[in-house]
Write a protein that binds this ligand. Structure first.
Ligand code: ADP
Ligand code: GLC
Length: 490
């Protein structure tokens, strides 16, 4: 099949979280199955043109305010056949940020920036003479691709192209004032007709949910949760209406990048059969962060965007969070890497100065993320909700036992410890409260100190799990075939 992904993020070129990883590794897996997979994303300022090749003449993409001149540049995702197209439009993307200069402040023209990207998908395909069977949109920035398929492109060469939308995170819907609607270049009849209207505003994700042939999300449990008032962020009713065409497919991970036997970021390598390298990684991590070097004290790692979704208030909140109690009452070390909300960054820096057994690094650091996964004994991920979550899977295959809230993809990938039988691959709690996190950390550390043979067997069980993309990619292929048949029947 010919498949075009449209995305605002793509690892290794532009990534703010798991979206970039998921799109990149799914596309690569589909391409390995023999499909012609290509991807369109903006050429943000930080993506250097020097390694890219310009491929066509000028494209002109209209938004209501102006006509945007753009070029398309190309390369492939490293170690793959996946052609990547970069939409180069200085006015819209020539800035040093994906959604904004900082993670807390977005560019005011994002509705226009991303609608132009969606429209350019069609112009770029035309200029390449390549019409895909599937256009696969990801999250709100590209959710209006299926809308264009059903409106302006309904009776064009794209009439047989099916639209698929993947929801990586329902918490971000792209809600803007209705005065932005003109920028989309659609008649006002589509404000309601194509599902944009949301309490008088525009909701990009909603329009995609209404318009796509098929909708996916990134784990089976999350697919159920988003159809409930608790997990639906106001769209559960609509998602229930579309439940026949909605499926949860668990993300895989890139097992070339995340491999304890070859990871270039790790100072020593290891496997489930020989764990000695993991001990060396722990020493390296303790050394690098300035933690006391001690193989016997359990080390808990965290790598996370510091946003409420990730349960940061419950952990680091000044009066409410459980971190202080953990540090005051349990013999443990903690290593945190993250960036995001200023109050949380500050709290983490304060803990780092107050407690020698706690070290936080603020920023984005791929190498340190790998070292924390490799060098820690446990990985704390108390997300309020988690569509899939990649870090707990990285942890599992790195033999770092996850301590998680039973939600979304965390519930689908971690098996809770059974202390009678020594079974399981991690530690789970049902209610997200600071006390529950504290108790579960305490439970994990009880096992560390009192049931070392259980910890050992849980680790090797976790490391032997297969989270590669192969199985999920085949599920996507079946879904694409279904989407094409739905499109033809329309
Ligand atoms: P989300 O996409 O919601 O942030 P995921 O678990 O799906 O959550 O993916 C997070 C990805 O971002 C992982 O690849 C993780 O290693 C990476 N990541 C998050 N914060 C950092 C950071 N500060 N430094 C390096 N990598 C990070
Ligand atoms: C989002 C979700 C995360 C998921 C990722 C990739 O960022 O928050 O749970 O793993 O997308 O699909």
């Amino acid at each position: 099949m010919k498949i075009l992904f449209i995305s605002s993020e793509l690892t290794p070129f532009a990534k703010s979280g798991g979206l970039g990883d998921a799109v990149s590794s799914l596309a690569t897996a589909l391409s390995k199955l023999g499909h012609d997979v290509r991807i369109l994303l903006p050429r943000y300022y930080f993506i250097s043109k020097t390694t890219l090749r310009r491929i066509n003449g000028l494209l002109e993409i209209d938004s209501a305010r102006e006509r945007h001149p753009a070029f398309v540049y190309t390369t492939t995702i490293p170690n793959s056949q996946v052609k990547t197209y970069f939409l180069d439009c200085e006015q819209l993307y020539g800035r040093n940020g994906i959604y904004g200069y900082t993670s807390t402040q977005e560019f005011p023209d994002n509705p226009e920036r991303f609608s132009v990207l969606c429209k350019a998908a069609f112009s770029a395909c035309r200029s390449l003479g390549w019409i895909p069977d599937i256009m696969h949109a990801n999250d709100w920035p590209t959710a209006s691709v299926p809308v264009y398929l059903n409106t302006t492109e309904k009776n064009t060469e794209f009439s047989n192209t099916a639209g698929v939308l993947t929801i990586h995170n329902l918490g971000y819907q792209g809600i803007y004032g209705r005065d932005h609607f003109a920028e989309l270049g659609l008649g006002w009849e589509y404000f309601h007709g194509a599902g944009f209207e949301y309490y008088g505003n525009i909701n990009f994700l909603k329009s995609g949910i209404v318009s796509a042939e098929c909708i996916t999300t990134v784990s089976p449990t999350y697919a159920r949760e988003i159809q409930t008032p608790n997990g639906g962020f106001g769209l559960d009713g609509l998602l229930r209406q579309r439940s026949r065409d909605l499926v949860g497919i668990l993300n895989g991970i890139d097992t070339d990048v995340w491999d304890t036997e070859t990871d270039p970021y790790l100072p020593a390598h290891y496997s489930s059969k020989d764990m000695s390298g993991k001990a060396a990684c722990k020493v390296a991590l303790q050394k690098e962060l300035g933690l006391p070097i001690d193989p016997n004290v359990p080390l808990i790692g965290m790598v996370t965007r510091l946003v409420e979704q990730k349960g940061i208030s419950e952990v680091f909140g000044r009066t409410y969070g459980c971190m202080r109690k953990i540090l005051d009452t349990i013999h443990v070390q903690v290593a945190v890497l993250g960036s995001g909300d200023a109050w949380a960054e500050e709290a983490i820096m304060n803990y780092s100065t107050q407690y020698p057994q706690f070290k936080g690094v603020i920023g984005y650091n791929e190498r340190l993320a790998h070292l924390i996964e490799g060098g820690s004994d446990f990985f704390l991920m108390p997300s309020r909700y988690e569509p899939c979550g990649l870090n707990q899977m990285y942890s599992l295959i790195y033999g770092t036992l996850p301590i998680v809230h039973r939600t979304g993809g965390l519930a689908d990938t971690v098996v809770n410890y059974n202390q009678d039988l020594g079974e399981g691959s991690g530690f789970m709690f049902d209610d997200l409260t600071p006390q529950a996190i504290y108790d579960t950390v305490g439970w994990a550390l009880w096992a560390w100190y009192n049931r070392p043979q259980h910890i050992h067997s849980m680790r090797s069980r976790a490391m032997r799990q297969d989270f590669s993309w192969a199985r999920s990619a085949e599920e996507y292929v079946r879904l694409y075939q279904h989407a094409v048949s739905l499109r033809k029947a329309r």
